[in-house]
Each structure stands twice: as C-alpha cells, then as structure tokens.
Design a protein around this ligand. Structure first.
Ligand SMILES: *Cc1c(COP(=O)(O)O)cnc(C)c1O
Length: 220
C-alpha cells in the first residue's frame, strides 16, 4: 500500500468512527481530499485507492492538474475551496463540480453570468466568516441570511449549503455549532467544515463534508 492509500484508509476509519460516535450514518459524511500543492501523481494515487472527491484552493492550479485525471476517471469530482476572484469565476464554473467559496455579492453576480455562458452549473456553498476575523474570507454571520436570499432571488443561484474555516486559535466546537444552527435555520442540507486538525469535532456537530489535506497527502 502506498502511504497515501494507507493515510486514506486511516482517515476514512476516523471519519466513520466520529460519525458513529455522533449517532450518525458514516455514509452521510463525504470526504473531500484536499490536494493543493501536491502533484497530479499524488491525486492519481488517491484515485487508485478509491478516492474520487478532491478539493483545490486555486482555480489555475486545479485547471493544470485535473483535466487529464478527469478524462481517465469520469467519476472524479472537484471542489474549489479557496478564495475566488471574480475574474476567475468563468474558469471555476468550467472546471468545478462544487464551488465552496461564494462569499460576496460581486462574486455571486460573476458566477451567475459564468453559469449562463458556460452552460454548466456547479453546486454552490456560501463561505461564512464564522469567527468574524478581520482578514478572513467569508460573509459575516450577521449578513448571511440576506446574502443567501440575494444569491437565490437576484442571481438565481442554487445554494446547497455553507462552508467555514474557524479561527485557528479558537476551540472550533462553538463555531461548528453556530454553523449547524445557521444551516438549519436556512434549510440548507450541506455543511462543509472540518480539516485535518478538527474534522472529528466538525462531524460531531453535523458536518456533511470534511476537507482533509495534510492527513492524507502529508505536509505541503
Ligand atoms: C488547505 C485547506 C484545507 C485542508 O487543510 P488540512 O489542514 O491540510 O487538512 C481545508 N479547507 C480549506 C479551505 C483549505 O484551504
């Protein structure tokens, strides 16, 4: 077994364990393998080990790495999880199956236009700045409900759920709980939260997608 295959096996086991402890069906938690800064060969190893859902931060990096892999593995699914500039909206819509970083009205407008032009409609998650951090991407929690309404009513985007990255220095649990509360209030089924260091806590609070890089592919 390669180390990536072995890491994946261990991560899947931990994901299933956390789900079971939370009284959840492990099949309700989807593992997004975050391959940013790792070469296509590493993604190929993960594919060989049965992983089909991947996450990338940067559209340009993903566009360089994924098209040949997707041609060989039609079931591959790509999530864009990093900050997205409006001038990359069209490229993102062209290559992504899910865009997890929708976080401002201008980007919503650019994505809506790109969907029309490309004839392709990736699922959209709204990124929430759940810790209200100055530097961090994401919509302010107080503006979330209005923003989701604007995405739906003005831009006609189908919003599937919410995504967050809690502040690195905080206990993530209260932030995960606040996210779950917001998703439930808005009737949104998808909750993307939890990374290598905190995915078990995220699953305990209802994460439907965990985004795990380091624990699968090693240090970047
Ligand atoms: C890099 C990244 C991850 C994965 O982080 P790890 O700690 O390596 O598991 C998850 N989500 C986002 C948005 C990221 O940028």
């Amino acid at each position: 077994m390669t180390s990536i295959a072995e890491n994946l096996r261990q991560v899947r086991e931990r994901v299933a364990g956390a789900a079971t402890r939370a009284g959840r069906d492990p099949a309700t938690v989807s593992l997004v393998a975050v391959s940013k800064f790792h070469p296509a060969e590493s993604v190929a190893e993960a594919l060989a080990a049965g992983q089909v859902v991947f996450g990338e931060n940067r559209v340009q990096e993903a566009a360089g790495k994924f098209p040949p892999l997707r041609a060989a593995h039609p079931s591959l699914r790509l999530h864009i999880i990093g900050a997205l500039q409006t001038n990359k909206a069209r490229d993102a819509v062209r290559i992504a199956d899910v865009i997890e970083s929708l976080d401002r009205p201008k980007l919503a407008a650019a994505l809506a236009e790109a969907i029309v032009r490309e004839g392709r409609s990736p699922a959209m998650l709204v990124q929430v700045n759940i810790g209200r951090e100055e530097q961090k991407a994401g919509i302010d929690p107080d503006a979330l409900d209005d923003f989701v309404a604007e995405c739906r009513e003005v831009h006609r985007l189908k919003i599937g759920g919410l995504m967050c990255i809690p502040p690195a220095e905080d206990d993530p649990a209260p932030h995960f709980a606040a996210m779950a509360e917001a998703a439930s209030r808005l009737g949104l089924p998808v909750l993307s939260m939890g990374m290598s260091g905190d995915f078990e806590a995220a699953i305990a609070h209802g994460a439907t997608h965990v985004r795990i890089g380091t624990a699968i592919f090693g240090q970047r």
